[in-house]
Design a protein around this ligand. Sequence first.
Ligand code: AMP
Length: 119
Amino acid sequence: MSCIFDKIVAGEIPSNKVLENDKFLAFHDINPKAPVHILIIPKKHYENFQEMDPTLMGEMTKFIQEVAIAIGVDKTGYRLVTNCGENSGQEVPHLHFHMLGGTMLKWTDNHQHDPKSSF
Ligand code: AMP
C-alpha cells in the first residue's frame, strides 16, 4: 500500500509544488509551522532518514539547496528538520525534510514542550 507522499508523487493527491526534478519533490506543508514551511522528499519511497541511500542523499543535498534559493531563504537562513522513527514523532512514513524559515525561529530544549508546536 502506498503512503500519502507516494500518492502526492503519483499526482493522486494534489500538492502545492515548489520545485521538482526526476528524483525529488518539494511542496508546501499543509499545516505550516512557520511563514516558510516546505517538505522535501525523494520520489522513491524510503521510510525515513535511517533507510535513505547515502549516495542519493548527496544528490538530495543539492536539491535542498536549490529549494532554498527557489523559495528565497538561502540568504536569510532556514532550519532543516527530519523526524526519524517513533521517538521523533514521525507521522508520515516517507522520508521528508521540513524546511522552515521566513522568520527568526525559536529553539527549545524543554522536554515537556511539543517541539512540533513551534519548531
Ligand atoms: P512528520 O510528523 O515529520 O512526519 O511530518 C509530517 C508533515 O506532513 C506534517 O507537517 C503535516 O502537516 C504534513 N502533511 C501531511 N499531509 C500532507 C499533505 N497532503 N500535503 C502537505 N503536507 C502534508
